[in-house]
Design a protein around this ligand. Structure first.
Ligand code: HEM
Length: 523
């Protein structure tokens, strides 16, 4: 008989095992899903699933098309991982806001630790440890921005004006500098002199690592087993070496910046930074695990730096590009500043309520160029139901923030930069969809630096418009170069080209720039 053959017996045994495993899985799935289907979506290819939808240029446009074909809640599967694309405000609010007790988790993968990002609580699972980090962050960078932090933002914004005046061609470096230096001063109390300061170089390494982490090109993200491959293996070995450099950069930043602040505190030097305060409070507290609390403070501070430096850096580049492409908008904002603030002083955050059009410029910048077109994807920690569909625990939600910001039914002509769409009768129109409710994310994971970022970006935009004219860049023969707005990056995006010509609006404006630099104690 054929079954006497041990090979055949093993094959039959394996087959029986597979059939039983399949049936058990099916029964369990039925029990969990109660027969409800997954949301609709395109058919995938074996093993890879719908990977093609997760790796393509301008993925947000591709997802918008996907939602047109299948509806605003679309199921994809990539290497067996469930992904649900959310393509409308309704679906995002229903799932990420209203069910946020279940949908605030993050997908965990080997790359987070391997790339040195294990400290960043933006990537933590939704658990007790995340809550402790987030609480420390929100106590010290609260939603009502303290006056002391506003003053530091203003001081560095003034310095930014002077740097732009002296060397407008280095726009990008100045933007990088102003946001990095401000957060480093607020969080660690460390003064960063200029773009060439070693602290900036240190932080730049960390940001390069974050951008690499985001890029999706690291193979260990998809095949964690590859982390055990020897370094000499082509391609993977080179990636593992790169990851080791990123880890070293993250450890260095954490340690160097922490030690500077600790040294100030230990030697009684004046330091009123977030970290110094936390360390002083810990000194006075009894019954706390100081090492554990210090580790949380260290993580929260570097997370603040990472959360702040790139998002604002990208948004303000988009602002300069938008201004050089839209002279009418610029003139209108300048007219408002002239009439409300006048030529004798610079605007400041207290003018915010009296400058609706400048507010509209900021809103339109955030809408036109959402820096994180998909936010940071959430994951569900429980099986959930939506519109009769079953969404299993562990599903990752990709919320198409970009699509909500470019919905032609909400924003006519969405690719155009039109701050007027937020205005009615000379005031901000409360009935227009507010980009601030989208671009900073959703539910319990919503950006905790939102208020801080809004005040800082408003201050910079208002100050820049008050004293500078921004026009297109010129070529060697003095002719304007026409820039077509395009972005680079994947999960965080940056304008590909934001070159422009920046000149003081008048002699009086120039005096304000120079005078403002005198106000700042830095640089
Ligand atoms: C243009 C400015 C900014 C934008 C557009 C932005 C956007 C975002 C988005 C989309 C998320 C993910 C939210 C979610 O998971 O739903 C996020 C998270 C976060 N942001 Fe921001 N952000 C900005 C500025 C800042 C600043 C200035 C800070 C710090 C001072 C900051 C700190 C953080 C942190 C710590 C998280 C992680 C929150 C968590 O997972 O619990 N962000 N941000």
């Amino acid at each position: 008989m054929a079954t006497d053959n041990p090979l055949t017996r093993s094959a039959i045994g394996l087959l029986c095992y597979l059939v039983i495993a399949y049936v058990v899985r099916l029964i369990r799935w039925r029990a969990r899903s109660h027969g409800r289907p997954l949301p609709p979506g395109p058919r995938g290819i074996p093993i890879l699933g719908n990977v093609v939808y997760m790796r393509q240029p301008e993925m947000w446009r591709a997802h918008q098309r996907l939602c047109k074909a299948y509806g605003d809640v679309v199921h994809l599967s990539v290497f067996g991982q469930h992904i649900v694309v959310l393509g409308s405000q309704q679906a995002i609010v229903d799932i990420l806001e209203k069910q946020s007790a279940s949908t605030s988790d993050r997908q965990q993968h080997a790359l987070i630790e391997l790339s040195g990002q294990g400290f960043n609580f933006a990537f933590f699972p939704y658990d007790h440890r995340w809550r402790r980090h987030r609480r420390v962050f929100s106590q010290h960078i609260p939603s009502t921005v303290p006056q002391e932090q506003i003053s530091i933002q203003r001081q560095y914004a003034s310095l930014f004006l002077r740097k732009l005046h002296e060397n407008p061609a280095d726009l990008r470096d100045h933007i990088r500098y102003v946001f990095s230096a401000t957060i480093v001063k607020i969080v660690y109390g460390v003064e960063v002199a200029d773009e060439h300061d070693p602290n900036i170089a240190l932080m730049a390494k960390l940001l390069a690592a974050l951008q690499g982490f985001d890029s999706g090109r690291m193979l260990v993200q998809y095949f964690p087993i590859l982390q055990h491959v020897p370094m000499w293996v082509p391609v993977v070995g080179a990636q593992l070496r790169e990851l080791a450099e990123w880890r070293a950069a993250a450890d260095e930043v954490k340690q160097v910046m922490f030690s500077k602040t600790l040294d100030d505190v230990d030697h009684g030097r004046q330091n009123t930074s977030v970290l110094a305060r936390i360390l002083q409070e810990l000194d006075e507290e009894k019954d706390v695990n100081v090492a554990e609390e210090q580790a949380i403070a260290k993580n929260a501070c570097v997370t603040a730096f990472e959360g702040s430096a790139d998002t604002t850096f990208s948004t303000i580049q988009a602002f300069f590009l938008a201004m050089s492409l839209n002279p009418d908008v610029q003139k209108k904002a300048q007219a408002e500043l002239d009439s409300v603030v006048g030529p004798q002083r610079l605007p400041d955050p207290r003018d915010k309520a009296s400058l609706p059009y400048v507010n509209a410029v900021l809103k339109e910048t955030l809408r036109w160029h959402p820096v994180a077109p998909f936010g940071i994807p959430h994951t569900t920690g429980d099986d959930i139901e939506y519109r009769g569909y079953f969404i299993p625990k562990g599903t990752t939600f990709v919320a198409n923030t970009w699509a909500c910001m470019h919905d032609p039914d909400v924003y006519a002509d969405p690719d155009r930069f039109l701050p007027d769409r937020f205005m009615r009768d000379g005031k901000l129109d409360p009935d227009v969809r507010d980009p601030n409710d989208f671009v900073f994310g959703y539910g319990r994971r919503k950006c905790p630096g939102k208020a801080f970022a809004e005040v800082q970006m408003f201050t910079i935009i208002a100050m820049v418009l008050h004293v500078f004219d921004i026009t297109p860049p010129l070529d060697e023969s003095g002719q304007p170069i026409v820039i077509t707005p395009r972005v680079t990056g994947s999960f965080v995006v940056y304008p590909e080209d934001c070159r422009c010509t920046i000149k003081p609006r008048s002699a009086q404006a120039e005096a304000l720039i120079v005078g403002a630099a005198g106000e700042s104690s830095t640089g």
